[in-house]
Design a protein around this ligand. Structure first.
Ligand code: ADP
Ligand code: ADP
Length: 238
């Protein structure tokens, strides 16, 4: 079984009272350890797919199946294992971190939510995660606004990895960063992916970035896929 299988996904919004299908019947498959890139121009529906898979967008039809379990309509307790096994990182590093909390608390959030509450263990695990993503221990006592965008994105990545997920969902994770910092964050993600045999759904409007780290690439256009192929087939060998 694939790790993630999205079948016939549809997401509808109302724009000025009129129904509008932002995702109009989309199929995606991600296997264990594999990186699927999802590209397409702005507005084609990539983030809507990310929010649906993240189970933030609720008004969807079709099926989102993770490791054989249909999570499309799972709620509350039933969603907990999925939240542990899928880590998420989004575009805006500062907006996705609670400004009132320290980096230490932010990274610990999924551990606390998963009920792994022993303070000494959490402290040790947060220390490991900070090291994994290249954050100096002194950063753990800071708050998001006291850090750069790249550092905040490292915090988001550490939080996403806290429960040793099998899939990392990345939506435009470097788009808001300076180009020089983009490369650092991408290298970090590739390094972690190799070490932890992590699968990724990597969403970006930037073809060059997607090409660099994907095994397969799916191309979206107006809410649908127009291409899904191994990266070598789409781009030729580097
Ligand atoms: P992308 O990530 O590819 O830029 P999005 O998924 O953000 O695309 O948006 C897809 C389409 O859905 C766009 O036309 C966008 O304007 C529209 N859209 C996104 N979010 C909403 C919303 N909450 N309400 C209404 N329309 C939305
Ligand atoms: P607060 O917002 O007060 O810090 P919440 O419990 O509302 O506390 O925060 C939960 C946060 O943790 C959410 O913003 C969510 O993005 C993040 N989170 C929880 N589980 C994961 C995960 N598996 N991957 C990434 N982020 C996660």
């Amino acid at each position: 079984t694939p790790l993630l299988s999205v079948r016939g996904l549809r997401v509808r919004y109302r724009n000025a009272g009129r129904p509008f299908e932002a995702v109009a019947g989309l199929d995606l498959t991600v296997h264990a350890g594999e990186t699927l890139g999802l590209v397409g121009e702005s507005g084609c529906g990539k983030s809507t797919v990310a929010r649906a898979v993240a189970r933030i967008e609720d008004d969807v039809s079709g099926a989102i199946v993770f490791d054989g379990q249909d999570v499309t309509r799972a709620r509350g307790r039933a969603l907990k294992p999925y939240r542990r096994r899928v880590g998420m990182v989004f575009q805006d590093p500062i907006a996705s971190l609670n400004p009132r909390r320290t980096v230490r608390d932010i990274i610990a959030t999924p551990l606390t939510l998963a009920g792994k509450g022993d303070p000494a263990e959490v402290r040790a695990r947060v220390g490991e995660l900070a090291e994994l993503v290249g954050l100096h221990p002194s950063m753990l006592e800071r708050r998001p606004h006291e850090m750069s965008g790249g550092q905040c994105q490292r915090v988001s990545i550490a939080r996403a990895l806290a429960c040793l997920p099998e899939l990392l969902l990345c939506d435009e994770v470097v788009s808001a960063l300076d180009v020089s910092i983009q490369a650092q964050v991408l290298n970090l993600l590739m390094d972690i992916r190799e070490r932890q045999r992590l699968a990724m759904l990597f969403i970006s409007h930037d073809l060059a970035v997607v090409r660099q780290l994907s095994d397969r690439v799916a191309v979206m256009y107006l809410g649908m896929l127009c291409e899904d192929a191994p990266v070598d087939e789409l781009f030729g060998r580097p």
